[in-house]
Design a protein around this ligand. Structure first.
Ligand code: ZN
Length: 126
């Protein structure tokens, strides 16, 4: 399974520096966990995925458009990705992890709000 986005995409960096400033300690891309979550907070039993809206099909998001050509190809690709996302989330939950998904557009457009919201979800989950 190849990762389409790079490891250090900008929204993810933003999120990491915010978490760091807030005093959270985390690990990155832990290979042993299903789906290799982008950020792992062992103390809170929480993993965070930073999802690109296009590939991961952010619902009702303008970035999750479908290209006009080779529609079937794209739809297959998208449904595979979404099925994989659902499966890995289920696996992680079964292992006792709290799973949080953050969308790139949220980080880009409402960074402060998204981060504040995220922090409270991390803390309240523990
Ligand atoms: Zn989006």
């Amino acid at each position: 399974m190849s990762r389409i986005k790079g490891k250090d995409t900008k929204p993810e960096l933003l999120l990491r520096s915010m978490l760091h400033r807030a005093g959270f300690r985390f690990r990155l891309h832990v290979p042993g966990l299903p789906g290799r979550p982008d950020i792992v907070l062992p103390r809170y039993q929480t993993v965070i995925f930073v999802n690109g809206c296009f590939w991961h099909r952010h619902r009702n998001c303008k970035f999750a458009y479908t290209p006009k050509s080779r529609i079937e190809f794209w739809q297959q690709k998208f449904s595979d990705t979404v099925a994989r996302d659902t499966a890995k989330e289920k696996q992680l939950r079964e292992l006792g992890w709290n799973v949080i998904t953050v969308w790139e557009c949220e980080l880009k457009q409402q960074a402060q709000e998204t981060c504040a919201n995220l922090l409270s979800r991390i803390v309240s989950s523990s």
